[in-house]
Design a protein around this ligand. Structure first.
Ligand code: ZN
Length: 498
């Protein structure tokens, strides 16, 4: 097995559970898992029955939240008074960001089954802050925020502060208060007894905190919100000054992350959303953790470029004069790039999941090509209705390739006898159909044919895509599977290891 499938594997039962937990995905339903959760004692929170305890938590947490907000306000007021740049000056950073991501991941995205309209959207994608349909929007402009699907909402800021402030977290631990994964009553307590009244009392300050926030993106609409305020800059000096170059350099790195969102395969959110999430977005670890992990790969790639090349890139998006040392500044910042603090936990989880997967190729296949079977999710009538299992402790197996009706045709194609296949697979039922069963075939591995029906049209993998993914000639894979007239959509087919 080589090329993009190098070191990929279908997960064993135990690996499957680890990966689901690390990526924040709902556990795969099994009889065994259902039993385990049935025997877990039901959670109770003291505040549900003890009114004094509850009132103490509510007033304590509210005052910690007020203290945190007071700490935020001086900076917010400072930002509100700063001069602002035009967002159009960040467009060139968007073009260069797209070029950088393309250099690293074009081979993956070229082998992704996409509907004509999805493909067209991608081809036309360009970061722009002007015209009728800009996708670089002003984070501080309430109209832009509404248009980009994230209206200014200080209540969300309060929710974010309480979840991330150390003193608030400490108090929640002290009261064994878990409004996030605990009981419904705890969630209600935070929402209607703490956040609602706090927002009502501090609406203006909280809205200002949110409005004068940081870089954000709405990947569903493909838009990015950028701050326009800039400190250390006098507008009278114009744009061709180091403070503005630096803002453009920050934009370049932010837009690399945002452009990777654009390349996410449309099937991924469907395969990785918790039940009932509408529209499907996937978990935070999938959506942001994987995207930011891929961002670090692009940064590593760029950091290795010679300084002259980075000088030329910086000149293109900053407008800084070549030879002004900006390439070296860019290189230094790329070399010390680490994920923003909001993403650190999610990226850590992704790295741990990759350790279980064996390499990041399976994750890249899931993200760019919709091959979510490598992270343990696939479509059989509905998402998640199947489990991939290999024989525990034994050789890895795969789902029986559905391009074969019986063991005789499989024997003929693989050059071994039906008796030998039987001997290697005592678990197979005595007679066909074998579809849905596991089989172990040394020298071969399985490929799940991807079909994207997430839009109005349908997109199916081609033999050329499968060939490129596995680095095996298309004619050989086609012939091995009996030269089917139609692409066997959503079926497992057989691919030689080399
Ligand atoms: Zn993101």
């Amino acid at each position: 097995m080589a090329g993009q499938r190098e070191n990929t594997k279908l997960l064993t039962d135990g690996e499957l559970d680890q990966v689901q937990a690390l990526l924040g995905l709902p556990p795969i339903t099994r009889a065994r898992a259902a039993q385990a959760s049935a025997s877990k004692p039901e959670r109770r929170w003291q505040g549900t029955t003890d009114a004094v305890f509850r009132a103490q938590l509510v007033s304590g947490l509210t005052s910690k939240l007020a203290a945190r907000l007071a700490k935020e306000l001086p900076e917010v007021r400072y930002k509100a008074g700063l001069p602002t740049i035009e967002l159009t000056i960040l467009e060139a950073a968007g073009h260069e960001a797209k070029a950088a991501v393309t250099e690293v991941f074009a081979e993956w995205t070229a082998q992704a089954p996409l509907t004509p309209s999805a493909l067209d959207r991608r081809r036309k994608h360009q970061f722009t802050a002007s015209g009728p349909d800009p996708n670089i929007l002003d984070v501080a402009n309430p109209d832009h925020r509404k248009k980009g699907g994230f209206p200014v909402n200080g209540r969300d800021t309060a929710k974010h502060l309480v979840a991330n402030d150390d003193a608030c977290k400490q108090m929640m631990t002290q009261y064994s208060f878990d409004p996030y994964t605990g009981t419904d009553d705890e969630a209600i307590c935070l929402s209607s007894e703490i956040l609602d009244p706090f927002y009502a009392a501090n609406k203006n300050d909280l809205d200002e905190c949110d409005r004068l926030g940081y870089w954000m993106a709405n990947p569903d609409l493909g838009v990015i919100f950028a701050p326009r305020y800039l400190s250390g800059w006098d507008p009278q000096n114009g744009y061709n000054v180091p403070a503005v170059w630096q803002r453009k350099a920050v934009a370049y790195q932010k837009l690399i992350h945002e452009y990777i969102h654009v390349l996410q395969h449309p099937l991924l959110p469907h395969a990785t959303s918790p039940a009932g999430q509408d529209p499907p977005r996937g978990t935070n670890t999938i959506k942001e953790g994987v995207c930011e992990y891929l961002t670090t790969q692009v940064m590593t790639h760029l950091a290795r470029k010679p300084v002259d090349e980075l000088d030329a890139i910086a000149a293109k998006f900053e407008g800084s004069p070549p030879g002004s040392g900006r390439g070296a500044v860019l290189q230094a910042s790329l070399q010390k790039y680490t994920p923003p603090s909001d993403y650190t936990d999610a990226v850590d989880k992704v790295r741990q999941a990759i350790a279980v997967l064996g390499s990041d190729n399976g994750l890249l296949a899931a993200f760019f090509q919709g091959h979510t079977e490598y992270i343990g999710r696939y479509y059989t009538g509905k998402w998640l209705n199947g489990v991939l299992e290999s024989s525990p402790g034994g050789p890895r197996s795969m789902p029986f390739p559905e391009t074969f009706q019986n063991l005789d045709t499989l024997a003929a194609a693989t050059g071994r006898s039906a008796a030998k296949i039987r001997q290697d697979n005592p678990q197979l039922t005595p007679a066909p159909p074998f579809g849905g069963q596991q089989i172990h075939l040394p020298g071969f591995h399985g490929h799940l044919m991807i079909v994207d029906t997430s839009g109005d049209e349908e997109a199916c993998e081609t033999w050329a895509m499968i060939s490129a993914q596995h680095d095996i000639p298309a004619s050989r894979i086609q012939q091995l599977n009996g030269n089917p007239d139609d692409m066997p959509a959503r079926a497992w087919i057989l691919v030689p290891d080399s």
